[in-house]
Design a protein around this ligand. Structure first.
Ligand SMILES: Cc1cc2nc3c(=O)[nH]c(=O)nc-3n(C[C@H](O)[C@H](O)[C@H](O)COP(=O)(O)OP(=O)(O)OC[C@H]3O[C@@H](n4cnc5c(N)ncnc54)[C@H](O)[C@@H]3O)c2cc1C
Length: 286
C-alpha cells in the first residue's frame, strides 16, 4: 500500500489528481476502522494530517470557513457561540479521543446517513468547499452533497477543503437518540435552525433515510404558519412533528426499527423547535 504524505494543499491536490484511487486519511476514525476490519484495502492512503491549511478556521462577514481537518473538540471549544447547532452535534460524537481526532471533513467524506454533523449543516444552509487540481473549486450546498448511503458528490480527483457555515442568526438545536448516552451511533437525529431575519426554520434529519436530508414540507409549513411574535401554537407544533416524520424513509436495523425512528423524528422535531422557540422569545423579551 502506498502512503502519500503531502505537506501543502497544492501537493495534496496533485497527489489526488495523479492517484485518484488514493483514500484520503484525516483523523482516521473511520478509515482506520474500515482497514482494521478489512472493509476496504486501499492501494494508497493520502495522509492529510500534515496539510496545515486544513486544520484552521476563519470568519468573514459573518460566515465561518471551517477547514476539513478541524476536529470536533475545536468546534466545541471555539465555535460553540457562532455555530451552536454544529457544536451541539459535535459534543455527542464518540468520546473525547474521537472528538480530538475526528473532523467534520471526515464526517462529510464518509457521508454516513448517521453522521452527526450532517443535520446541523443542513439546517444552517452550510456549503461544502471541494477542490481538485484540474477542476478548481466547487461550492456544493449541503442539501446537494449527500447522494446515497455513504456516497457524496465528490469527484474522484477532488478533496474537501472546508465547510462554510453562516453564523447563527437565531437559536439552533440538535437532538440525537442513541442506545446509550455516549459513544453511540445515532438511531436517528434531528436539527433545527431558526432564521428569524427570513422568517424561516431550517431542518436536518439524520439516520432516518438513505442520506441526511431536510424536512422540506415541514419547513414550508412553518414558513407559512409561524407567528414569530407569539408563543408556539400547539397545533402548529404538532403538524410540524408530523411533517418532519413524513420526510423520513428509515429502515429497520440493529439500532432501531423504521417505526421507532419515524416516531422519534416527530418527537425530536417538536422538542427542538420548542427549545429554539423558547430562546427566540426570550431574546426578543431581553
Ligand atoms: C469509537 C468511534 C465512535 C464514533 N462515534 C461517532 C459519533 O458519535 N458520531 C459520528 O458522526 N461519527 C462517529 N464516529 C465516526 C467518525 O469518528 C466520524 O465520522 C469522523 O467525523 C470522521 O472524521 P476523521 O477525520 O477521523 O475521518 P477519516 O477516518 O480520516 O476519513 C473519513 C472519510 O472521509 C474521507 N476524507 C477525510 N478527509 C477528507 C478530505 N479532506 N477530502 C475528501 N475526503 C476525505 C476519508 O477518505 C474517509 O472516506 C465514530 C468512530 C469511532 C471509531
Amino acid at each position: 500500500m502506498d502512503f502519500l504524505r503531502p505537506t501543502t494543499w497544492a501537493e495534496a491536490l496533485a497527489a489526488k489528481a495523479d492517484q485518484p484511487d488514493a483514500v484520503p486519511l484525516q483523523g482516521g476514525t473511520d478509515v482506520m476502522v474500515e482497514i482494521n476490519f478489512a472493509v476496504r484495502r486501499p492501494v494508497a492512503l493520502l495522509d492529510l494530517t500534515r496539510v496545515a491549511e486544513l486544520a484552521t478556521w476563519s470568519e468573514q462577514d459573518g460566515r465561518y470557513r471551517v477547514g476539513a481537518a478541524v476536529p470536533y473538540s475545536t468546534i466545541i471549544g471555539e465555535l460553540g457561540g457562532a455555530l451552536p447547532g454544529l457544536a451541539q452535534a459535535a459534543r455527542t460524537v464518540g468520546s473525547p479521543q474521537i472528538r480530538n481526532r475526528g473532523s467534520v471533513g471526515g464526517n462529510l467524506g464518509a457521508a454516513s446517513p448517521a453522521g452527526d454533523s450532517h443535520p446541523p449543516l443542513l439546517a444552517a444552509d452550510a456549503v461544502i468547499e471541494v477542490e481538485s487540481r484540474d477542476g478548481g473549486v466547487r461550492l456544493i450546498p449541503a442539501a446537494e452533497f449527500y447522494l446515497g448511503v455513504k456516497r457524496n458528490a465528490l469527484r474522484l480527483d477532488e478533496l474537501i477543503r472546508a465547510v462554510h457555515v453562516p453564523a447563527a442568526s437565531g437559536p439552533q438545536y440538535f437532538s440525537k437518540v442513541g442506545t446509550r448516552n455516549a459513544m453511540v451511533i445515532a438511531v436517528c437525529s434531528f436539527a433545527v435552525a431558526l432564521h428569524p431575519g427570513d422568517r424561516r426554520v431550517g431542518t436536518g434529519l439524520g439516520s432516518a433515510a438513505p442520506t441526511p436530508r431536510r424536512a422540506l414540507e415541514a419547513e414550508e409549513f412553518l414558513a407559512g404558519e409561524l407567528d414569530w411574535d407569539a408563543p408556539l401554537d400547539p397545533a402548529v407544533l404538532r403538524r410540524f412533528g408530523e411533517l418532519a416524520a413524513r420526510a423520513a424513509s428509515p429502515i429497520d436495523d440493529v439500532r432501531g426499527t423504521a417505526g421507532y425512528r419515524t416516531h422519534a423524528i416527530s418527537v425530536m422535531a417538536r422538542r427542538t423547535l420548542t427549545w429554539a422557540w423558547h430562546d427566540h422569545l426570550g431574546r426578543r423579551a431581553a
